[in-house]
Ligand binder design. Structure first.
Ligand SMILES: [Zn+2]
Length: 421
């Protein structure tokens, strides 16, 4: 007997290529896959299907958070109001050396997965150490995850000898390849200023050989080039491209300090970019040229970054901030309209992670990563444009139901994940 879920009476925001909206729609999930969707009455309701009445709700693809460090929720609010260098080297790295253990990674990654699911994120792309603990937490929570094992050229949690950093990441990828359809292992080089050329090239080649996503923080601050030996007067993007790092299985995180020539390289290579507006604002890193990247046709998704630099994982709040930040920066209210921002947080993110054939839109044949958002709450009434309501009004706490791969993991705002059912 097929496992069926039938959602009816909702406003379907498909976020598919045509970005169609179905005012009163139904959607059928069967064995974890979206089998049919359309206006009310167009899809027969199977007699044995579990039925969700979505009256008053938006039904949309689950949000995709393209950049997180989940265990760092442990450091939420630890060292606020500091520049990136001071924050990272004087507070975060020492705190990690002291407090990060396999047990704390598992505990705080799990905590973060719950925060993500409760606020409507069904897929995230993480990069951290003790990657096994993060991936295990994801499995237990039921979220979909690209799980990256960190690579850095100094002793790191779980990798005391930096000479073993790439080997440890390769072993992690091998352990997790094929273990669960929801967990996609990955290699995450911290940055061009904490990884040598040799480390970058070796890790990049390993990710290619293993056919997994390669992630790296890039051009987060204006001073980054001065911290990279042998970068010279090249931009960070040019430096990485000269090393052969950038291609279409590469996720470049931040890209705040890039120019048009850099954008041309990123577009030509087909790399994805994770835009983390709130983290960039909080650390005063700068404002990424998002409208320019969109004009250049760069694949772009949104990320919250870790909770130590945000300080939450709520992509609804991030969407609101992204829209308003770039309107203000460009002195143009037409920049990053709500529908565009929702696209970045769904299909855009899925594309940036190379997962758009599986997720990112309500499309027949894709996996069923779906959320319901209650538009009936006082702060969301009335609704003239559901996209505007989602971006400028909704909060993560307005999400009522979350489905990942056809499995209900949040119901009526409460977690019901695999180890709870
Ligand atoms: Zn980060």
């Amino acid at each position: 007997m097929a496992n069926q879920l039938f959602i009816r009476n909702g406003i379907l925001l498909t976020m598919a290529e045509d970005s169609s909206v179905i005012e009163n729609g139904s959607l059928l999930v069967e064995d974890g896959e979206i089998r049919a969707l359309g206006p009310a009455g167009s899809i027969p309701m199977p007699a044995r299907a579990r039925v969700i009445d979505a009256a008053g709700c938006v039904v949309m693809p689950g949000l995709v958070n393209c950049h997180t460090h989940l265990p760092m929720s442990l450091f939420r609010g630890l060292a606020d109001d500091l520049p990136l260098d001071v924050w990272l080297f004087e507070h975060i790295f020492p705190a990690e050396a002291e407090q990060i253990t396999p047990a704390s990674v598992r505990k705080w990654a799990r905590h973060s997965c719950e925060e993500l699911l409760l606020s409507g994120t069904t897929c995230c792309c993480d990069g951290y150490f003790y990657g096994d603990g993060v991936a295990e937490a994801a499995l237990l929570s039921g979220i979909r995850m690209v799980a990256g094992q960190g690579v850095i050229d100094f002793p790191a949690p779980g990798v005391p000898d930096p000479k073993q950093n790439v080997a440890a990441a390769v072993e992690f990828v091998r352990r997790w390849t094929g273990r669960s359809s929801l967990i996609m292992p990955s290699i995450f080089c911290h940055s061009p200023y904490t990884c040598s050329q040799a480390t970058l090239v070796t890790a990049r080649q390993a990710a290619r050989d293993l056919n997994v996503l390669f992630q790296i923080h890039v051009a987060e601050t204006g001073a980054e080039t001065t911290k990279i030996p042998r970068c010279g007067d090249r931009s960070v993007v040019r430096y990485l491209d000269d090393l052969g790092i950038i291609d279409d299985t590469c996720l470049l995180v931040h890209c705040v300090w890039i120019d048009e020539a850099d954008m041309a390289i990123i577009k030509k290579r087909g790399a994805g970019v994770a835009h983390c507006a709130e983290s960039n604002m909080k650390l005063a890193a700068g404002i990424a040229p998002v409208p320019g990247m969109m004009d250049a046709g760069i694949t772009l998704g949104l990320g919250t970054d870790g909770s130590a630099s945000n300080n939450n994982l709520d992509l609804f709040q991030e969407m609101d901030m992204v829209s308003k930040l770039h309107k203000a920066a460009c002195a143009d209210p037409g920049v990053l309209a709500a529908r565009k921002v929702v696209t970045l947080a769904t299909l855009g993110g899925a594309r940036a992670l190379g997962l758009d054939r599986k997720i990112g839109s309500l499309t027949r044949g894709k996996r069923a990563d779906i959320i319901l958002v209650n538009l009936g709450k006082p702060h969301l009434v009335p609704v003239y444009d559901p996209f505007a309501s989602l971006v400028h009004g909704a909060k993560g706490s307005d999400v009522t139901h979350v489905i990942v791969d056809g499995r209900m993991v949040v119901e009526n705002g409460e977690l019901t994940g695999p180890d709870r059912s």
